[in-house]
Design a protein around this ligand. Structure first.
Ligand code: F1P
Length: 357
């Protein structure tokens, strides 16, 4: 298949322009600071449910982990469809419900139906808000406030700039609700660091992505990084049709490591809190023959890894989360192109899943 120079042009330009979208979403969130603080005001015990589909479910996993960690409020992430079919497994009967729907398009049927179902419960006990990339979508029927990532919109099917900018938006919401000014300031300082990662590590992503010895990829992440590991896995599948899976770091020893051999790439999204336990897992996988790509704030003590991407941001750990994304997205993009695939046209996929009646 020859796609000439145009294969993946939308995807690549969206990946490369994401720092601008990160910059734009922080003031957009802050322009409704009072509304977001009041939405999450904990005058009575409430459960926070964050939901979406595909990428935006994975974003919900990361955002819920951060929201609970910084606010102390209970927050769970759930696929939108689960709220439709198994609501009792996810929703407790006592506390009030705060639902945060996350959807790039604002038109995914399962997410709209989940909003409709939640709004049909005891209205006094349910409040709904949304994070999206488009204004004026059907989600706004049920949600207030709505954070629109001003430059998150995309032509591509696979989410890249949209996902990362909505992540920055969710982190800004967590920062506003917890009144952590240092988190908000750190988010505002992310764009040049993201730009540096895009410029500096594109070649590395191209050489690793073009390595034809690699047959499968595992993404490992703990805490809020697990949702990002899942998103890395999804990009690899959607764009490059590569077998890929995501695990919490130490879960990888409990069975999945049996798949590791010299045709395996293991991508480690290192944390600060669990760094030593996580690096131990990676070292063991190296001994089993895997190639290792490690993303971390610092490079010290990682000399044994094949490739290390250091952030060197000096930012608080929660603010660093978007920095894992550019290299993971470039890796999937370059692997797709090296396999002769067009990342702009993933097999069997539509940008939005719309269901009939
Ligand atoms: C979510 C989503 C994408 C996926 C696919 C279909 O849409 O599932 O994650 O890549 O293209 O849509 P949205 O609700 O966030 O718009």
């Amino acid at each position: 298949m020859d796609h000439g120079l145009t294969a993946g042009q939308h995807t690549l330009s969206e990946i490369r322009s994401q720092p601008r979208a990160w910059a734009a979403v922080v003031p957009a969130a802050r322009s409704a600071e009072a509304e977001w603080r009041s939405f999450f005001a904990d005058e009575e015990s409430s459960q926070n449910l964050l939901f979406g589909c595909g990428s935006t479910f994975y974003l919900s996993l990361t955002a819920a982990a951060v929201l609970q960690a910084v606010t102390g409020q209970v927050a769970r992430a759930v696929p939108s469809s689960e709220l439709l079919f198994y609501d009792r497994a996810w929703i407790a009967s006592g506390p009030r419900i705060r639902g945060l729907a996350i959807s790039r398009s604002g038109t995914t049927t399962e997410t709209l139906r989940a909003l409709q179902a939640l709004s049909g419960r005891d209205a006094a006990r349910v409040r709904l808000a949304a994070v999206t990339c488009y204004a004026g979508t059907p989600m706004e029927t049920w949600c207030s406030p709505v954070l629109v990532s001003p430059e998150g919109y995309e032509t591509s099917i696979a989410q890249t700039r949209s996902f990362a900018s909505m992540l920055v938006g969710c982190l800004a919401i967590a920062g506003m609700v917890s009144q952590r000014e240092e988190l908000l300031e750190a988010l505002a300082s992310l764009p040049p660091i993201g730009q540096h990662l895009l410029d500096e590590y594109d070649g590395l992503a191209a050489s690793l992505g073009g390595d034809s010895r690699i047959a499968r990829v595992f993404f490992l992440g703990s805490g809020p990084r697990y949702g990002l590991a899942c998103e890395g896995m999804l990009k690899m599948k959607e764009m490059s049709l590569t077998n890929s899976e995501a695990y919490h770091f130490l879960e990888f020893r409990h069975g999945p490591k049996s798949m590791v051999d010299p045709s395996t790439l293991v991508v480690g999204l290192l944390s600060d809190a669990a760094r030593s336990a996580e690096t131990q897992v990676l070292r063991e996988m190296k001994e089993l023959g895997a190639t290792l790509l490690v993303l971390a704030e610092r490079t010290d003590g990682l000399e044994w890894a094949d490739v290390v991407v250091p952030f060197a941001s000096g930012l608080p750990e929660a603010a660093r989360l978007p920095l894992y994304l550019p290299v993971l997205q470039l890796l999937a993009y370059h692997r797709a192109v090296s396999k002769g695939l067009d990342p702009d046209a993933p097999r069997n996929l539509d940008a939005v899943v719309k269901l009939g009646d």
